[in-house]
Design a protein around this ligand. Structure first.
Ligand code: GLY
Length: 378
């Protein structure tokens, strides 16, 4: 496996600051990179069955090379595993392997694994060291950085959790070569998001390299991951617990969550729903007069298209669906005191957190991302 020059991004949180190491082939150095952050030379690696089968032996060899003893706790792949039941299975693995306060948990996988293992590490013995080694694009550019961890429950998605910052994040973009193409492109929606909310130059860079990014060209992907992590690290350093500006990272998410809920979490991957949600957010900005023209929406659409992401949701009755979707918004955890709040672009690279007291504009924004299902051809 080829190696590239490592890139390093720092998340600045005072004594809890941590590095994000990014380079193709870096998994082979994972033990050496995490060793300075560990109080003991013993770790519990948490991975789903697929990641364990594909990459478990490589990680174990890298840990052995650094003199780190590893145990693996494996669980079934999929969102259903992001539960208290699986967390309990992992806590029992901690007990079985006598993981104590000086040991560490390694979250090795995608977003479900990072959230779940992070939560397990936040609670075990009231908190032990966590290292994140993400294996999906979404986890590399978003969920492995910033300390949001948790599980789903009957109370709702992501409502039970803790902030638990990792001691370091180790990102090997070469691991993406084995990733499902659709899931990979869904991660690109979050990469696009960073350009819209914070960095017009990064957006323009993505436009210039969209074909290489969409086809997963490793050097380009490593740069996109590093730039995304740099932007995410800035938000986390400014506002660790999302009292203010960190909410900008939720651009497109209120609309996207409503769409995921409406479709029973079965049709869209999270990034795909966020892509459609970003279009709806731009439409709302335009109708509220926060955007002077359609330029941003058109560029955003063009990049979503080049990333082969869906732009609209097909439904039998768009008008009725728009009303239902607006209703789902009121149940989103980003709604406080009954007010609808959205992250809305005011220019490329700038967004605002706005209370929107215009129900018809919200419904119309949803409608802008819906099309009628064509009749079947006989
Ligand atoms: N995924 C958004 C955040 O970490 O704040």
């Amino acid at each position: 496996m080829s190696r590239s020059t490592p890139l390093c991004v720092e998340v600045s949180l005072g004594e809890r600051s941590y590095p994000i190491h990014i380079a193709s082939g870096l998994i082979a150095e994972a033990g050496m990179l995490m060793r300075p952050h560990l109080a003991s030379a013993r770790v519990l690696v948490v991975a789903d069955q697929i990641v364990h089968a594909r990459h478990g032996a490589t990680l174990r060899a890298a840990l052995d090379k650094a003199g780190i003893a590893s145990e693996f706790a494996v669980f079934p792949a999929g969102e259903l595993s992001k539960s208290l039941e699986t967390a309990d299975h992992l806590w029992r693995a901690c007990a079985q392997h006598r993981i104590d306060r000086s040991d560490a948990i390694i979250a090795f996988g995608g977003g479900v694994t990072g959230d779940l293992a992070g939560f397990v590490s936040a609670c075990w013995m009231r908190g032990i060291t966590l290292v994140q080694i993400p294996t999906t694009l979404l986890a590399m550019v978003d969920s492995s950085v910033g300390g949001k961890t948790g599980v789903n429950s009957l109370a709702g998605k992501n409502l039970i959790g803790a902030f638990k910052q990792p001691a370091c994040v180790i990102i090997d973009p070469a691991l993406l070569a084995t990733m499902d193409g659709r899931e990979f492109r869904a991660g690109l929606a979050e990469v696009l998001k960073y350009g819209v909310i914070r960095d017009p130059g990064f957006f323009a860079w993505q436009e210039a390299h969209a074909s290489s990014l969409s086809s997963g060209e490793p050097g380009m992907i490593a740069q996109a991951v590093a730039e995304s992590c740099r932007i995410k690290a800035w938000y986390v350093g400014e506002d660790e617990t999302e009292q203010g500006v960190r909410a900008h990272l939720n651009y497109g998410h209120t609309f996207g969550h409503a769409l995921e809920r409406e479709t029973g979490y079965r049709i869209y991957l999270h990034g795909e729903a966020v892509g459609i949600g970003m279009r709806m957010a731009a439409a709302l900005s335009r109708s509220l007069g926060l955007l002077a023209d359609d330029a941003l929406a058109l560029r955003q659409d063009a990049l979503l298209r080049r990333y082969l992401l869906p732009l609209v949701h097909q439904v039998d009755d768009p008008a009725a669906a728009a009303v239902r979707l607006a209703g789902h918004c009121r149940l989103d955890k980003k709604v406080s005191a009954g007010q609808l709040r959205f992250i809305l672009p005011t220019a490329l690279g700038t967004v605002e957190h706005r209370v929107v007291d215009a129900p018809q504009a919200v419904t119309a924004a949803f409608a802008s991302g819906l099309v009628r299902t064509p009749p079947p051809t006989s």
